[in-house]
Design a protein around this ligand. Structure first.
Ligand SMILES: [Cu+2]
Length: 175
């Protein structure tokens, strides 16, 4: 892969820079979609469970034409919710994403991250990201205890073992 400087030298300047594709290492960017049925009776993250390497850039994209969504991790600093991300990880909240909008966050601390959509937590719109693997330095597994989470959210988190085994897990009945 030539460097940007080499590409500029090869292409002779600005035009080459404009047409050159961005240098992105695909394995380090993963997308999680926000989806819903046309009438809004079902909403979900896809995949609902995702395993990634440390340092992966996650991009949440709202593909639901009929709803705004958030991707908000469970953390006391965000609306006083229970902590369900590793110690030392920075809590993140996308804010409301309109249809077509996206939010990116890079996860560097290994462990299990549970998150939800603020307006749809009670419609089971939750997800789980596993960063790294058990045994990584500082790895923290899934949160223990229900806290103030509704049952419908608690059963929406795929098992860590299933996520690690398959790499990605879809919400039941969704794609
Ligand atoms: Cu939502």
């Amino acid at each position: 892969m030539p460097t940007r400087r080499q590409m500029l030298a090869l292409g002779g300047g600005g035009v080459a820079a404009l047409i050159a594709p961005p240098i992105v290492h695909a394995a380090q960017v993963e997308e999680i979609g926000m989806r819903g049925r046309a009438r809004g009776e079902h909403v979900w993250f896809t995949p609902a469970g995702l395993a990634v390497a440390q340092g992966t850039l996650l991009r949440f994209v709202n593909h639901d034409a009929g709803n705004s969504h958030t991707a908000t991790c469970y953390h006391p600093a965000l609306f006083d919710r229970p902590q369900r991300i590793p110690e030392g990880a920075t809590p993140w909240d996308s804010g409301f994403l309109l249809p077509g909008e996206a939010f990116e966050v890079r996860l560097t601390v290994p462990g299990v991250y549970d998150y939800y959509c603020i307006p749809h937590e009670h419609a089971a719109m939750v997800g789980r990201i596993v960063v790294g693997r058990p045994g990584d330095h500082g790895w923290l597994g899934a949160a223990v205890g229900a806290g103030d989470l509704p049952d419908v959210a608690l059963i929406g988190f795929p098992a860590v073992e299933a996520i690690l085994g398959a790499g990605r897990v879809m919400a039941p009945g969704q794609s």
